[in-house]
Design a protein around this ligand. Structure first.
Ligand code: PAF
Length: 299
């Protein structure tokens, strides 16, 4: 398929493996270009991103998906090597959801030498996920900025599941005047409430049952919203404490009720929308989840 033929969202997408190939393909696109950055292993959550992207692109536009397991955002001892890589399935999902271009660079194509210059995520990148995974957000923002440079999208779509990542991408886009509109899709859940993640594939059946405490904690917390921040955290913590005593146990990393812009704690008297965020280990798998909580300023 030629570059100019990449626009219609039917059939198998054009597979592009090089930056030069992406530039040539991009040059043939004239309607809105909507980018969905992913690390592959596409699941129902990604399908929701792809559907919003398809709708946003409209009849004249093009959905571009990037599939790249970004080494910069994995710390020592994390799952870079074992992260699921399922390109054939991913291409089928992209075709079904109307993506016309899939960019799949190798690590060497993306980073011919280790980048000395990285995006500094600032204070929001130091807490919660950034506190537990040092360097994570610098790695994410650096690759997202690079993908924006290479694809020059009009719109890029991210999931609310990675709430802190979404907030930082928004902030980077605004602070650096990148001229890309950021669209977001709410957390997609399995029928039993577990937030869908590529890492759910690592869970044993028992760990998956334990993992349900994450969404149950968020539900308990949001249900206590009218009683104020301490009640929200108390209700969520009670569920997580009880999951710490199950077999297999859940090991809590953090639970925080945070301002959705600064990601600092929303304490007594906080008024407006907050985010209840949780990260925990089930066996060797680290999961995150979050839910919005509307607070009315009472404590
Ligand atoms: O959310 C992800 O899958 C990744 O962090 C992203 C945005 C594709 C950057 O590697």
């Amino acid at each position: 398929m030629s570059a100019g033929a990449a626009r219609p969202a039917t059939g198998r997408p054009v597979l592009v493996r090089t930056k030069a190939g992406l530039a040539a393909t991009r040059a043939g696109l004239h309607g809105p270009v909507v980018l969905v950055p992913t690390m592959g292993a596409l699941h129902q959550g990604h399908r929701a991103l792809l559907r919003l992207a398809r709708e946003t692109a409209g009849a004249e536009g093009t959905v571009v998906v990037s599939v790249f397991v970004n080494p910069l955002q994995f710390g020592a001892g994390e799952d870079f090597g074992s992260y699921p890589r399922t390109l054939e399935q991913d291409l089928a999902v992209c075709a079904e959801e109307g993506a016309a271009v899939v960019f799949v660079p190798s690590p060497d194509e993306m980073f011919p030498s280790p980048p000395l210059v990285r995006v500094d995520p600032g204070p929001v990148g130091e807490v919660l996920e950034g506190g537990s995974r040092p360097g994570f957000f610098a790695g994410v923002l650096t690759v997202v900025l690079k993908l924006f440079q290479l694809t020059r999208p009009d719109v890029a779509v991210f999931g609310q599941k990675d709430a802190q990542q979404l907030a930082l991408v928004r902030r980077m886009t605004a602070d650096l005047d990148l001229g890309v509109e950021i669209a977001a899709v709410p957390v997609v859940r399995d029928p039993d409430g577990l937030a869908i993640s590529s890492r759910n594939a690592y869970l044993s059946p028992g760990e998956r049952v334990t993992a349900l405490a994450l969404s149950r904690a968020l539900e308990a917390g949001t249900a206590a919203a009218s009683a104020g921040p301490a009640a929200v955290l108390g209700a969520a913590r009670a569920v997580l404490d009880s999951a710490a005593g199950t077999e297999p146990p859940m090991v809590l990393d953090y639970l925080e009720l945070a301002d959705p812009v600064t990601f600092t704690g929303a304490g007594d008297g906080y008024q407006g929308q907050a985010l209840l965020l949780v990260a925990a280990w089930c066996g060797t798998t680290r999961l995150i989840d979050n839910a919005p909580v509307a607070l009315d300023g009472k404590s």
